[in-house]
Design a protein around this ligand. Structure first.
Ligand code: FAD
Length: 580
């Protein structure tokens, strides 16, 4: 890992309100990335302090969809079930529907199973079970409902100190430590006299798009900014409102996401609680500003009717970004989540990519701090996650183009053969689009870290990386394929850190050699031996008799149990160079 030469010393403070803290990992920002990172460290007993400027959890809607992969991560940490309880009522459809106006004609509908159907695995809507081999199908729930749960989860681990109401104001990154100065912030967002001097081994910027940590490191974003589209390309305004009558006004089978597709007013509406809370996003037209736009008129035009509603809050934001940071680390500083990449929301990948960053970085930091991996292990964070950020942002951009540039004829709502033909043509185009944006098991489950310095090299080419197609594969770098074993996901059997899967083809002597090597090298390794009842199926799915699974459930290596384990264990802990 690159060392920075700056030497840093803290000036002793004379302020009586100054707190001094020392920790292993300082996390700036307690959004999804920062909280999940803390949880990954906390479950391994690693000390960390999370500085979050907001006293309370967010009270405005942001991300709306939790991917299957993120749900799998929540399952790894034992709280997917609690996340699944949040959001729409158990029987509320989670469909995506496109209409001329929201109370008008339906153009196409993508059917997504309700929460209860997902839990029972009784229906799969347009997903198809065989397309999504996961114990955790995607879930529709607002980020503002998940964040309080993530905050609660941090309380399970004594090594996590979640400090809400503290804003980091400067970060000094030295060769051996980092020093952060933070000040208190009250519930109204005002600065208080309280000051914190925090010393840590590492600092992680999970501090969103305006990241202090990224800027301190001098790291730039690269990519496309402020791309223009008819929708999702420009100044957006989100409204968070309550209405007890809206479902009646809509007059159609309930859905989770509603799109108004007409030439007068486009708009996107999300059901937050399936009862009375909604989020509506519109794109401002040239000359409009968030302060002056007649948002009531825009909402009524998109719905196609007037109705009673109570505005709870509104927030302007910008769509049209496809940005990835040039570096994800500099010396003892790392960035994760929106600090490292910015998306346009199509495909719902911003928050999910952020959680996946945190999981990737969390176990590596823990391994280095606990001493069973070399510090160079941390170099694999950028090597693995930057290509994924580029892959996922490119997907979001392509889907934003797909829906945002679609032409909307003026006669769409006309009661005429020409109007009917226009609706049919648009419905068919949207039918193709919605599948490409929401039926994406390949994007969510097919991510892999091929070419990473801590993943074994295997001959041959991997299959194509297709967003809509997931082909289970245990090729090193891939997410370990899920399989149900007597009603239990194989994931539930994996250990906290490395896990060795041994099927009947693995000789006892070979397995013993792995255990002995792991013990001698101090690498935490759980060994899972499968008897003849499951081995045939597993050996065929994993295409080997022995498989090394990483703490984040990606495959590190597969092969014959008789392979010398020492160079492989050294490689996965970054203690040696890549082995073939
Ligand atoms: C209106 C809107 C709609 C969105 N819709 C979607 C969607 O549909 N799907 C999707 O996937 N994504 C969506 N996103 C993006 C998604 O919300 C983000 O990708 C996600 O929140 C990133 O998580 P994060 O933890 O990296 O950053 P954030 O959630 O931004 O968290 C950063 C945290 O750091 C704190 N912070 C910042 N600076 C400091 C400091 N100096 N000191 C202390 N604390 C600090 C902030 O208060 C914040 O809590 C949307 C975003 C917005 C704004």
């Amino acid at each position: 890992m690159m060392k920075m030469e700056t030497s840093v010393s803290l000036t002793p403070s004379t302020n009586p309100d100054t707190l001094h803290r020392t920790t292993d990992v300082a996390i700036v920002g307690g959004g999804p990335a920062g909280l999940m990172l803390a949880i990954e460290l906390g479950c391994r007993g690693v000390a960390c302090v999370v500085l979050e400027e907001d006293v309370g959890a967010p009270d405005f809607p942001k991300a709306n969809a939790t991917s299957a992969r993120t749900m799998e991560h929540y399952r790894r940490r034992g709280f997917a079930h609690e996340v699944r309880q949040l959001g729409l009522a158990a029987d509320h459809p989670q469909d995506v529907v496109y209409c001329t106006t929201l109370s008008g004609r339906e153009l196409t509908r993508f059917s997504i199973p309700s929460r209860q159907q997902t839990i029972d695995r009784s229906a799969f809507g347009d997903y198809g079970e065989e397309l999504w081999p996961t114990p955790e199908l995607p879930h529709r729930v607002q980020q503002m409902l998940i964040e309080p749960l993530l905050r609660e989860q941090t309380a399970r681990y004594p090594s996590i100190d979640l400090m809400c109401g503290w804003r980091a104001q400067s970060v000094a990154i030295g060769a051996d430590e980092v020093n952060i100065v933070a000040h208190g912030v009250n519930a109204a967002g005002d600065k208080t006299d309280a000051q914190l001097l925090l010393r840590a081994k590492y600092v992680i910027g999970c501090d969103g798009p305006r990241s202090l940590v990224r800027k301190t490191c001098g790291i730039q974003y690269s990519g496309q900014s402020e791309e223009e589209r008819d929708f999702f390309g420009g100044q957006m305004l989100s409204l968070y409102f309550k209405s007890r009558t809206l479902y009646k006004v809509l007059g159609k089978q309930k859905a989770w996401m509603y799109w108004a597709m007409n030439a007068v007013q486009r708009g996107l509406m999300i059901s937050i609680d399936g009862a009375e809370k909604f989020m509506f996003a519109l794109q401002l037209k040239p000359g409009q500003t968030p302060e002056t736009v007649d948002y009531r008129a825009a909402l009524f035009a998109a719905v196609g009717a007037e109705f009673d509603f109570e505005l709870m809050a509104k927030a302007p934001w910008q769509a049209g970004f496809t940005l990835v940071a040039d570096q994800f680390a500099k010396g003892r500083a790392f960035i994760a989540g929106d600090a490292a990449h910015l998306f346009t929301p199509t495909g719902g990948m911003g928050y999910n990519t952020s959680v996946d960053d945190a999981v990737n970085l969390g176990w590596k930091l823990a391994a280095v701090i606990k001493g069973w991996a070399d510090e160079t292990l941390l170099d694999s964070y950028q090597a693995e996650r930057k290509p994924i950020a580029e892959r996922n942002t490119a997907f979001a951009r392509s889907r934003a183009d797909s829906v945002g540039l679609i032409g909307l004829p003026a006669n769409l709502d006309e009661d005429s053969p020409a109007g009917a033909a226009a609706r049919q043509a648009l419905g068919a185009a949207l039918h193709d689009h919605v599948r490409s944006e929401f039926n994406i098991p390949g994007l969510q489950l097919g991510l892999r870290y091929e070419g990473s310095p801590i993943v074994a090299v295997e001959a041959g080419a991997p299959h194509a990386d297709e967003p809509t197609v997931y082909i289970p594969s245990a090729r090193p770098g891939a997410r370990a394929p899920h399989i149900w074993l007597d009603g239990q996901s194989i994931y539930d059997l994996f250990g906290l850190d490395y896990t060795l899967l041994c099927f009947t083809g693995a000789t006892p002597a070979g397995v013993q050699a792995w255990q002995a090597a792991a013990e001698a090298m101090d690498v935490p390794l759980s060994v899972l031996r499968f008897g003849s009842r499951h081995s045939e199926e597993l050996q065929s799915l994993y295409a080997a008799n022995c498989v090394l699974i990483r703490p984040d459930h990606h495959v590190a290596w597969r092969g014959d149990a008789g392979t010398d384990p020492e160079p492989l264990l050294a490689m996965v802990c970054a203690r040696a160079r890549q082995v073939a």
